[in-house]
Design a protein around this ligand. Structure first.
Ligand code: ZN
Length: 335
Protein backbone atom coordinates (compact mmCIF):
# COMPACT_ATOMS: atom_id res chain seq x y z
CA UNK A 1 0.00 0.00 0.00
CA UNK A 2 1.24 3.47 -0.86
CA UNK A 3 -0.22 6.80 0.15
CA UNK A 4 0.86 9.79 -1.93
CA UNK A 5 0.13 13.19 -0.42
CA UNK A 6 1.01 15.92 -2.89
CA UNK A 7 0.90 19.51 -1.63
CA UNK A 8 0.68 22.30 -4.19
CA UNK A 9 1.63 25.15 -1.90
CA UNK A 10 -0.48 28.33 -2.31
CA UNK A 11 -2.24 27.27 -5.51
CA UNK A 12 -5.53 29.23 -5.46
CA UNK A 13 -8.96 27.61 -5.26
CA UNK A 14 -10.46 26.60 -8.58
CA UNK A 15 -7.16 26.35 -10.46
CA UNK A 16 -7.33 23.76 -13.23
CA UNK A 17 -4.55 21.22 -12.76
CA UNK A 18 -5.88 18.97 -15.52
CA UNK A 19 -6.51 16.07 -13.12
CA UNK A 20 -9.02 13.66 -14.59
CA UNK A 21 -10.52 10.57 -12.95
CA UNK A 22 -10.18 12.13 -9.50
CA UNK A 23 -12.88 12.97 -7.00
CA UNK A 24 -12.78 16.72 -6.51
CA UNK A 25 -13.38 18.07 -3.02
CA UNK A 26 -13.57 21.58 -1.68
CA UNK A 27 -11.43 21.74 1.43
CA UNK A 28 -11.65 24.37 4.14
CA UNK A 29 -7.99 24.73 5.14
CA UNK A 30 -6.19 27.21 7.33
CA UNK A 31 -4.21 30.21 6.08
CA UNK A 32 -0.56 29.16 6.26
CA UNK A 33 1.30 25.98 5.49
CA UNK A 34 2.13 24.84 9.01
CA UNK A 35 -1.31 25.16 10.54
CA UNK A 36 -2.93 23.49 7.53
CA UNK A 37 -0.50 20.55 7.46
CA UNK A 38 -0.56 20.16 11.26
CA UNK A 39 -4.37 20.00 11.31
CA UNK A 40 -4.30 17.60 8.41
CA UNK A 41 -1.87 15.20 10.07
CA UNK A 42 -3.31 15.36 13.61
CA UNK A 43 -7.03 15.82 13.03
CA UNK A 44 -7.00 18.78 15.41
CA UNK A 45 -7.19 22.55 15.29
CA UNK A 46 -3.92 24.37 16.18
CA UNK A 47 -5.24 25.57 19.55
CA UNK A 48 -6.32 22.00 20.44
CA UNK A 49 -2.57 21.24 20.39
CA UNK A 50 -0.92 24.44 21.64
CA UNK A 51 -2.63 26.79 24.05
CA UNK A 52 -3.60 29.94 22.15
CA UNK A 53 -2.82 28.38 18.78
CA UNK A 54 0.21 28.05 16.53
CA UNK A 55 1.85 31.15 15.09
CA UNK A 56 4.74 31.52 12.66
CA UNK A 57 7.23 31.57 15.54
CA UNK A 58 5.69 28.98 17.89
CA UNK A 59 8.17 26.40 16.53
CA UNK A 60 11.07 28.41 18.03
CA UNK A 61 9.67 27.86 21.52
CA UNK A 62 9.38 24.10 20.94
CA UNK A 63 12.92 23.01 20.11
CA UNK A 64 15.28 20.58 21.83
CA UNK A 65 18.96 21.02 20.93
CA UNK A 66 17.84 23.16 17.99
CA UNK A 67 15.49 20.49 16.60
CA UNK A 68 11.73 21.02 16.50
CA UNK A 69 10.16 18.90 19.24
CA UNK A 70 6.47 19.53 19.80
CA UNK A 71 4.93 17.72 22.78
CA UNK A 72 2.09 16.47 20.58
CA UNK A 73 4.25 15.01 17.77
CA UNK A 74 3.10 11.47 18.61
CA UNK A 75 -0.35 12.56 17.46
CA UNK A 76 0.93 13.12 13.92
CA UNK A 77 -0.40 10.54 11.49
CA UNK A 78 3.18 9.90 10.31
CA UNK A 79 4.31 9.02 13.86
CA UNK A 80 1.48 6.53 14.15
CA UNK A 81 2.05 5.02 10.70
CA UNK A 82 5.78 4.75 11.42
CA UNK A 83 5.03 2.85 14.64
CA UNK A 84 2.76 0.56 12.61
CA UNK A 85 5.70 -0.30 10.36
CA UNK A 86 5.23 2.13 7.48
CA UNK A 87 8.08 3.90 5.73
CA UNK A 88 7.61 7.68 5.93
CA UNK A 89 9.10 9.64 3.05
CA UNK A 90 9.19 13.41 2.54
CA UNK A 91 10.31 15.05 -0.71
CA UNK A 92 11.17 18.73 -1.31
CA UNK A 93 9.84 19.40 2.19
CA UNK A 94 12.68 20.87 4.29
CA UNK A 95 10.19 23.26 5.87
CA UNK A 96 8.52 20.24 7.52
CA UNK A 97 11.71 19.03 9.27
CA UNK A 98 12.52 22.54 10.42
CA UNK A 99 9.14 23.60 11.75
CA UNK A 100 6.88 20.58 12.43
CA UNK A 101 8.77 17.31 13.00
CA UNK A 102 12.30 16.06 12.38
CA UNK A 103 12.16 12.62 13.96
CA UNK A 104 14.69 10.10 12.65
CA UNK A 105 12.05 7.85 11.06
CA UNK A 106 11.50 10.43 8.29
CA UNK A 107 13.30 9.58 5.05
CA UNK A 108 14.22 12.75 3.20
CA UNK A 109 14.87 13.55 -0.44
CA UNK A 110 14.81 16.51 -2.82
CA UNK A 111 15.59 17.40 -6.43
CA UNK A 112 17.76 20.47 -5.85
CA UNK A 113 21.42 20.84 -6.87
CA UNK A 114 22.70 20.76 -3.29
CA UNK A 115 23.24 18.36 -0.43
CA UNK A 116 20.28 16.93 1.49
CA UNK A 117 20.84 19.09 4.57
CA UNK A 118 21.26 22.25 2.47
CA UNK A 119 17.73 22.23 1.04
CA UNK A 120 16.31 25.00 3.22
CA UNK A 121 19.34 27.27 2.68
CA UNK A 122 19.18 26.69 -1.06
CA UNK A 123 15.51 27.64 -1.15
CA UNK A 124 16.41 31.04 0.31
CA UNK A 125 18.80 31.77 -2.57
CA UNK A 126 17.84 33.74 -5.67
CA UNK A 127 19.00 30.81 -7.77
CA UNK A 128 16.10 28.71 -6.46
CA UNK A 129 13.51 30.39 -8.73
CA UNK A 130 15.70 29.62 -11.74
CA UNK A 131 16.19 26.01 -10.69
CA UNK A 132 12.41 25.51 -10.40
CA UNK A 133 12.20 26.42 -14.09
CA UNK A 134 15.13 24.29 -15.23
CA UNK A 135 14.97 21.01 -17.21
CA UNK A 136 17.49 19.46 -14.78
CA UNK A 137 15.06 19.87 -11.86
CA UNK A 138 12.21 18.20 -13.78
CA UNK A 139 14.47 15.36 -14.95
CA UNK A 140 15.26 14.66 -11.28
CA UNK A 141 11.58 14.87 -10.33
CA UNK A 142 10.67 12.43 -13.10
CA UNK A 143 13.40 9.98 -12.05
CA UNK A 144 12.31 10.23 -8.40
CA UNK A 145 8.65 9.60 -9.18
CA UNK A 146 9.42 6.68 -11.49
CA UNK A 147 11.66 5.19 -8.81
CA UNK A 148 9.10 5.35 -6.01
CA UNK A 149 6.30 4.10 -8.23
CA UNK A 150 8.33 1.13 -9.44
CA UNK A 151 9.29 0.16 -5.88
CA UNK A 152 7.66 -3.20 -5.29
CA UNK A 153 8.77 -3.69 -1.68
CA UNK A 154 6.16 -5.22 0.59
CA UNK A 155 6.47 -2.40 3.10
CA UNK A 156 3.73 0.19 3.24
CA UNK A 157 4.92 3.58 2.02
CA UNK A 158 3.75 7.08 2.88
CA UNK A 159 5.02 9.84 0.60
CA UNK A 160 4.59 13.55 1.21
CA UNK A 161 5.69 15.56 -1.82
CA UNK A 162 5.66 19.35 -1.95
CA UNK A 163 5.36 21.35 -5.14
CA UNK A 164 6.73 24.81 -4.31
CA UNK A 165 6.51 26.43 -7.76
CA UNK A 166 3.44 28.59 -7.13
CA UNK A 167 4.58 29.69 -3.68
CA UNK A 168 7.97 30.65 -5.10
CA UNK A 169 6.42 32.53 -8.04
CA UNK A 170 4.50 34.66 -5.52
CA UNK A 171 7.70 35.40 -3.59
CA UNK A 172 9.83 36.11 -6.66
CA UNK A 173 6.93 37.87 -8.47
CA UNK A 174 7.31 35.68 -11.53
CA UNK A 175 4.60 34.22 -13.79
CA UNK A 176 2.10 32.17 -11.75
CA UNK A 177 0.64 30.60 -14.92
CA UNK A 178 4.07 29.19 -15.66
CA UNK A 179 4.19 27.87 -12.08
CA UNK A 180 0.90 26.04 -12.63
CA UNK A 181 2.31 24.57 -15.86
CA UNK A 182 5.38 23.39 -13.96
CA UNK A 183 3.22 21.72 -11.30
CA UNK A 184 1.22 20.03 -14.07
CA UNK A 185 4.53 18.85 -15.49
CA UNK A 186 5.44 17.15 -12.19
CA UNK A 187 1.95 15.62 -11.91
CA UNK A 188 2.27 14.26 -15.47
CA UNK A 189 5.13 12.01 -14.32
CA UNK A 190 2.79 10.02 -12.06
CA UNK A 191 1.05 6.86 -13.08
CA UNK A 192 -2.25 7.50 -11.31
CA UNK A 193 -3.37 3.95 -12.16
CA UNK A 194 -0.77 2.36 -9.87
CA UNK A 195 -2.60 -0.37 -7.91
CA UNK A 196 -2.99 -0.30 -4.11
CA UNK A 197 -2.51 3.43 -3.81
CA UNK A 198 -4.21 6.51 -2.51
CA UNK A 199 -3.48 9.86 -4.14
CA UNK A 200 -4.39 12.99 -2.20
CA UNK A 201 -3.44 16.12 -4.13
CA UNK A 202 -4.25 19.37 -2.37
CA UNK A 203 -3.45 22.99 -1.69
CA UNK A 204 -2.88 24.31 1.83
CA UNK A 205 -4.30 27.85 1.43
CA UNK A 206 -4.87 30.34 -1.35
CA UNK A 207 -2.48 33.08 -2.60
CA UNK A 208 -0.82 34.09 0.68
CA UNK A 209 -0.09 37.62 -0.50
CA UNK A 210 -3.85 38.27 -0.39
CA UNK A 211 -4.66 36.79 3.03
CA UNK A 212 -5.86 39.48 5.43
CA UNK A 213 -6.21 39.62 9.21
CA UNK A 214 -9.86 38.47 9.03
CA UNK A 215 -9.06 35.53 6.72
CA UNK A 216 -11.68 36.55 4.21
CA UNK A 217 -12.58 33.90 1.62
CA UNK A 218 -11.10 32.60 -0.57
CA UNK A 219 -7.95 32.62 1.62
CA UNK A 220 -8.80 29.27 3.26
CA UNK A 221 -10.70 27.69 0.35
CA UNK A 222 -8.70 24.97 -1.40
CA UNK A 223 -9.04 22.07 -3.80
CA UNK A 224 -8.40 18.41 -3.11
CA UNK A 225 -8.18 15.75 -5.81
CA UNK A 226 -8.49 12.27 -4.39
CA UNK A 227 -8.19 8.88 -6.00
CA UNK A 228 -7.96 5.43 -4.45
CA UNK A 229 -6.84 2.41 -6.48
CA UNK A 230 -7.98 -0.74 -4.64
CA UNK A 231 -8.26 1.60 -1.68
CA UNK A 232 -11.75 2.58 -0.72
CA UNK A 233 -12.25 5.72 1.24
CA UNK A 234 -15.65 6.55 2.48
CA UNK A 235 -16.41 10.19 1.89
CA UNK A 236 -20.12 9.67 2.51
CA UNK A 237 -20.90 11.35 -0.79
CA UNK A 238 -19.64 14.66 0.54
CA UNK A 239 -17.57 16.94 -1.56
CA UNK A 240 -16.62 19.43 1.13
CA UNK A 241 -14.30 18.70 4.03
CA UNK A 242 -12.54 20.55 6.80
CA UNK A 243 -8.78 20.01 6.68
CA UNK A 244 -8.74 18.33 10.12
CA UNK A 245 -10.99 15.58 8.72
CA UNK A 246 -8.23 14.18 6.49
CA UNK A 247 -6.70 12.28 9.41
CA UNK A 248 -9.97 10.52 10.13
CA UNK A 249 -10.45 9.66 6.47
CA UNK A 250 -7.05 7.94 6.35
CA UNK A 251 -7.68 6.16 9.63
CA UNK A 252 -11.15 5.21 8.39
CA UNK A 253 -12.71 6.58 11.54
CA UNK A 254 -16.22 7.85 11.62
CA UNK A 255 -16.40 11.44 10.53
CA UNK A 256 -19.00 13.70 11.96
CA UNK A 257 -19.50 15.85 8.94
CA UNK A 258 -20.44 19.19 10.28
CA UNK A 259 -22.02 21.58 7.92
CA UNK A 260 -20.16 24.33 9.69
CA UNK A 261 -16.45 24.47 8.89
CA UNK A 262 -13.68 26.01 11.00
CA UNK A 263 -10.44 27.85 10.28
CA UNK A 264 -7.83 29.09 12.73
CA UNK A 265 -5.08 31.50 11.79
CA UNK A 266 -2.23 33.55 13.24
CA UNK A 267 -1.11 36.55 11.22
CA UNK A 268 2.59 36.92 11.94
CA UNK A 269 2.66 40.73 11.95
CA UNK A 270 -0.06 40.76 14.63
CA UNK A 271 0.97 37.89 16.92
CA UNK A 272 3.86 35.54 15.98
CA UNK A 273 2.97 33.01 18.71
CA UNK A 274 -0.81 32.80 19.03
CA UNK A 275 -3.92 32.62 16.90
CA UNK A 276 -5.33 35.99 15.92
CA UNK A 277 -8.39 34.92 13.93
CA UNK A 278 -10.97 32.15 13.96
CA UNK A 279 -13.55 31.54 11.27
CA UNK A 280 -16.76 29.56 11.10
CA UNK A 281 -18.34 29.24 7.67
CA UNK A 282 -21.15 27.45 5.87
CA UNK A 283 -22.31 27.10 2.29
CA UNK A 284 -25.64 28.65 1.33
CA UNK A 285 -26.48 26.57 -1.72
CA UNK A 286 -23.78 26.10 -4.32
CA UNK A 287 -23.01 29.74 -5.03
CA UNK A 288 -22.39 31.33 -1.65
CA UNK A 289 -20.10 30.84 1.31
CA UNK A 290 -21.01 32.75 4.45
CA UNK A 291 -18.39 33.29 7.13
CA UNK A 292 -18.02 34.86 10.54
CA UNK A 293 -14.49 35.89 11.51
CA UNK A 294 -13.58 36.49 15.12
CA UNK A 295 -10.59 38.84 15.38
CA UNK A 296 -8.92 38.53 18.77
CA UNK A 297 -7.06 41.87 19.02
CA UNK A 298 -10.40 43.69 18.68
CA UNK A 299 -12.47 41.01 20.44
CA UNK A 300 -14.97 41.40 17.63
CA UNK A 301 -16.96 39.37 15.08
CA UNK A 302 -17.14 40.23 11.38
CA UNK A 303 -19.55 38.77 8.82
CA UNK A 304 -18.93 38.17 5.10
CA UNK A 305 -20.62 36.54 2.14
CA UNK A 306 -18.38 35.22 -0.62
CA UNK A 307 -19.89 34.55 -4.01
CA UNK A 308 -18.25 31.41 -5.39
CA UNK A 309 -19.24 32.27 -8.95
CA UNK A 310 -18.28 35.95 -9.20
CA UNK A 311 -15.47 35.38 -6.64
CA UNK A 312 -16.42 38.60 -4.86
CA UNK A 313 -16.80 39.08 -1.12
CA UNK A 314 -19.17 41.44 0.67
CA UNK A 315 -19.43 42.39 4.36
CA UNK A 316 -22.69 41.50 6.11
CA UNK A 317 -24.06 41.27 9.64
CA UNK A 318 -22.37 38.37 11.46
CA UNK A 319 -24.66 35.33 11.33
CA UNK A 320 -25.58 34.39 14.91
CA UNK A 321 -25.40 30.59 14.32
CA UNK A 322 -21.86 30.92 12.94
CA UNK A 323 -20.80 33.33 15.71
CA UNK A 324 -22.04 30.90 18.36
CA UNK A 325 -20.37 27.98 16.62
CA UNK A 326 -16.97 29.66 16.40
CA UNK A 327 -17.19 30.74 20.04
CA UNK A 328 -18.04 27.17 21.12
CA UNK A 329 -15.21 25.69 19.05
CA UNK A 330 -12.33 27.86 20.29
CA UNK A 331 -11.85 28.27 24.03
CA UNK A 332 -9.66 31.35 23.51
CA UNK A 333 -12.63 33.36 22.23
CA UNK A 334 -13.80 35.39 25.21
CA UNK A 335 -16.61 37.50 23.71
ZN1 ZN B 1 1.67 27.15 2.16
Amino acid sequence: MKIYIILNDSVPYDTDLGLKKFKHLTQISHCFTNTSVISMLTGKMPSDLEEGGIGYHTQFENKTNGIVDYSWKDQLLISQLSKAGWDINFHNSAWFYLTICDDPFIKKSHSLPCKLDEEADFKAKKQYTKVLGSPEFYAKEKAFIEKIQSDKSKKNQFYFIKNCQYHQALIAKTDTNKAVDNIKQVLSYFNFDEPNTLFWIFSDHSDFTKIDKLCQAPSFLTDVYVRGNNYKINLFGNNRINIDEFNSIIKRENIHFTRIFFVEDARCDIDPLNSTTAVACKFNGSDELEQVSYFKPENKYYGFKYNLVSKKIFPCRPDSELAQAVKRRFSWIKL
